[in-house]
Design a protein around this ligand. Structure first.
Ligand code: TXA
Ligand code: MG
Length: 320
């Protein structure tokens, strides 16, 4: 077995923190049943204790040890999308502690699709609680270098599994009500959920619902300001801001015109490619010292829904 897998399992068993690659973003993992280790995740991230973590498991068969009253449509979702970028919220069993669930009666579970992390999960045997491996409110890391830059040596081990294939976080679906509901759009599209479930899938919380902090405004934020505009307005808006003296970069695929004086961070035309490169591109523009990033509002088809969500959250007023 890969020596790195043994090492990761040792660190987890000792109650340490391991940064793990997944197909979405890198996670900062701990033994989900070790309360001290889980509390350290919150401390390292600077994350409020009321914001629950996702428990990553090696296979769908483990779900019923973490959850109870699992509805029938769970099995269809697991068959269609696991391992993969889907997180399900279910009623928790005794196994899911308050530390992991933020004191809620529900638990979020997912089987990630990355060979290294699946091997760690198999060798470890238990669940790994892991949020994205960034400081609270910041951009999620999609490479091991991002993780090191973000957390320094506060992770006991960083497993480098290469760049993340999806690049935005998992889709979170709440299965505790009669109708499944998307709490956070992500790597599995709404269209695919509707196809597999054979029914409409609502989007969003109840208004007063802050169970998923990814649903708060100003999340996933770069240092630079971000302005999200209709594609037809991007050229004029970028030009105006630049002429006002800001250093402006445009996050734009080739089909969108960008003024010559404005830096173009060239993005793929398709939503999958855009998602894969989004966080890395924003990190790079931050490092290059741009004041403002202008991006076109994506349409909501496929991964576009998740892109729109992340861009609007990164553009939301700060300090909330
Ligand atoms: O793709 C992903 O989901 C990545 C990788 C590492 O798996 N993880 C991730 O974790 O994005 P995090 O902690 O950054 O975001 C998890 C989201 C949070 O918004 C949290 O509030 C929500 O999941 N969540 C966790 N448990 C929940 C629950 N019981 N009910 C509702 N939302 C929950
Ligand atoms: Mg996160």
């Amino acid at each position: 077995m890969d020596q790195r897998i043994n090492e990761a399992v040792d660190v987890l068993k000792r109650g340490g923190l391991v940064a793990l690659p997944t197909e979405t973003v890198y996670g900062l993992g701990a033994d989900a049943e070790n309360e001290l280790a889980v509390r350290r995740i919150f401390a390292v991230k600077g994350r409020p204790a009321s914001h629950p973590l996702i428990v990553h498991v090696g296979g769908a068969s483990q779900v019923r040890t973490w959850a109870r009253d699992v509805p029938v449509h769970f099995d269809a979702l697991a068959r269609a999308f696991w391992p993969g970028p889907l997180t399900v919220v279910l009623w928790r069993s005794e196994r899911a502690s308050d530390a992991v669930t933020g004191g809620q009666e529900t638990v979020a579970l997912r089987v990630p699709d990355h060979p290294l992390t699946l091997a760690v999960l198999e060798a470890f045997g238990g669940g790994i609680a892991a949020p994205s491996a960034n400081r609270f409110g910041k951009l999620s890391p999609t490479t091991a270098d991002h993780v090191r830059a973000e957390l320094g040596d506060e992770a006991d081990l960083v497993l480098d599994g290469g760049p993340c294939a999806v690049g935005v976080e998992s889709t979170i679906v709440d299965l505790t009500a009669a109708e499944p509901r998307i709490l956070r759009p992500g790597g599995v599209s709404r269209e695919d959920l509707v196809r597999v479930l054979g029914r409409p899938v609502r989007l969003g919380g109840d208004g007063d619902d802050v169970r998923a902090p990814g649903m708060l405004v100003s999340h996933y934020a770069p240092r630079a300001g971000l302005l999200v505009v209709d594609p037809q307005r991007l050229y004029a808006e970028a030009e105006r801001r630049q002429s006002e003296g800001q250093r402006v970069a445009a996050l734009a695929p080739p089909s969108i015109a960008v003024p010559a004086a404005v830096h173009r961070a060239e993005m793929p035309e398709d939503a999958e490619g855009f998602a894969r490169e989004l966080y890395g591109a924003l990190r790079k523009l931050d490092a290059e010292g741009f004041d403002l990033v202008v991006a076109a509002l994506p349409d909501e088809r496929g991964l576009g829904l998740a892109l729109k969500d992340r861009l609007l959250k990164a553009a939301a007023p700060r300090g909330q």
